[in-house]
Ligand binder design. Structure first.
Ligand SMILES: Cc1ncc(COP(=O)(O)O)c(C=O)c1O
Length: 426
């Protein structure tokens, strides 16, 4: 059933032009200089020029951020501002903690360990749709702490996991649940607000972990509506730079026993001196989204601008997704193209992020990705032979898919070019 605006709305041409100028290498391959359509943003998104520059500037400063010279104080301020921006981006309470690690996966293992070891209970609930970092850490620490692992199954129509499917596994003895916000295979967005509400109806103090790595670049997350205890994201999938995974922890989760310098307060997860450049880069991403918001609602507080910016990004992406599926130009959309299948193609596009799983008759997925590359298009195969995909694919009864993941800085013309190339391959 379609509930909302299913066709989205495109950015005005002038604004889209400005947006594209803010990103590196939207039209051309950065190494070999040829034209290319980069439709693998779920593997690592286009970089904002400002995010790369901000990283470079802060990272070129040798001063130890824990010392007292004014350059060190400047670096401290960069980190403070980045931390404030991360909380703003998630609408997280001031008292929550921001933690870092080298990757979002490492962050997930660390959070899951603290919660599994620190929160009593006899079972753990997760879903078949999780990325291995969330699924494997839930399984590993459930086993280590003697808890039963319960796995909610996916829905083959929506490409997601139904709220009721998760809720039916939760009881008074559930230590924690770990649920992905948006799928990196189907693009389906889980109704986290309902998951949190309904699961806490059963156990009011239930601990909740959420992998938001794929959803963060497509919509504003609001922890006042989805008050989870631990949520992570990866800047390199969110217009920023590679090299750090961030998490936000509720005060009660942050205080659980974790790797810690003993002199620090209980809720402080910082070990050593994280690179200030990563915080500078995240602030540049926040500035960018707020800049889009300002184009639509004028001056407002930073969170309101951020929400508006992400709303407009989401609407533009939905309009492109609709074009991709339904067509509208010279070439039919994927839904109507002979020889092409769109998997997990749920009709309500307001429940989907801009990630598609498709197949082309007679072309295996790996070969198809190679053929696309010859045509200057970068996509990625998700195949059951990969540990990163098998559980999710099999839960849908699938052996593979070509994953197509454009970004909000793409144009209708680029979507049409992709359709043309797909038609040629089919
Ligand atoms: C949904 C999801 N979670 C977690 C990760 C892991 O991110 P990282 O590579 O930073 O560990 C990914 C990476 O693809 C992902 O798609």
């Amino acid at each position: 059933m379609v509930t909302g605006n299913n066709q989205g709305s495109l950015f005005e041409t002038e604004l889209l032009k400005e947006i594209r100028e803010k990103f590196c290498d939207v039209e051309q391959d950065p190494i070999f200089g040829c034209d290319r359509l980069f439709f693998d943003n779920a593997g690592g998104s286009f970089r904002l020029k400002a995010a790369s520059e901000a990283f470079q500037k802060a990272d070129s400063i040798p001063d130890c951020p824990e010392h007292r010279q004014k350059q060190a104080l400047w670096l401290q301020e960069v980190q403070r501002k980045g931390t404030e921006d991360i909380k703003m981006m998630f609408n997280a309470p001031e008292e929550s903690s921001v933690a870092t690690n080298l990757t979002a996966s490492m962050m997930m293992f660390e959070m899951t360990r603290a919660i599994a070891e620190g929160v009593p209970g006899t079972n753990v609930v997760t879903t078949a749709l999780e990325h291995p970092s969330a699924f494997d850490s839930a399984k590993y620490f459930a086993e280590r702490t003697g808890k039963e692992l319960r796995v909610a199954q996916t829905n083959r129509v929506t490409g997601g996991v139904d709220v009721e499917e998760i809720v039916r596994l939760v009881d008074q003895d559930t230590s924690f649940i770990s649920v992905i916000y948006g799928s990196n295979i189907s693009g389906a967005v889980i109704d986290m607000e309902a998951v949190v509400r309904e699961c806490r109806r059963i156990k009011p103090d239930l601990f909740i972990i959420c992998d938001a790595v794929q959803h963060t670049p497509h919509a504003a997350i609001d922890l006042s509506r989805t008050p989870v205890d631990a949520v992570n994201f990866a800047p390199y999938k969110f217009f920023g730079v590679r090299g750090m995974g961030f998490a936000i922890l509720s005060p009660r989760a942050a205080k659980l026993s974790h790797n810690q310098l003993l002199a620090k307060p209980a809720g402080d997860w910082e070990l050593g001196s994280p690179a200030a450049g990563h915080f500078a880069s995240v602030s540049a991403v926040a500035d960018y989204v707020c800049w889009i918001g300002e184009k639509f609602i004028g001056a407002a507080d930073r969170r309101a601008l951020y929400e508006e910016g992400m709303k407009q990004i989401n609407l533009h992406e939905r309009a492109l997704l609709y074009r991709m599926l339904e067509g509208g130009g010279a070439v039919p959309g994927l839904r109507h193209m002979p020889g092409v299948s769109v998997y997990l193609d749920y009709e309500d596009l307001s429940t989907r992020d801009f990630i598609l799983a498709i197949g082309i008759d007679g072309l295996d997925y790996i070969k198809a990705v190679e053929e696309y590359e010859k045509e200057g298009v970068i996509v990625f195969e998700r195949v059951a032979s990969s540990h990163f995909s098998v559980r999710m694919l099999h839960s849908f009864g699938m052996e593979g898919a070509i994953r197509v993941s454009p970004l909000h800085c793409h144009t209708v013309e680029e979507i049409d070019r992709f359709l043309q190339i797909t038609q040629k391959l089919a």
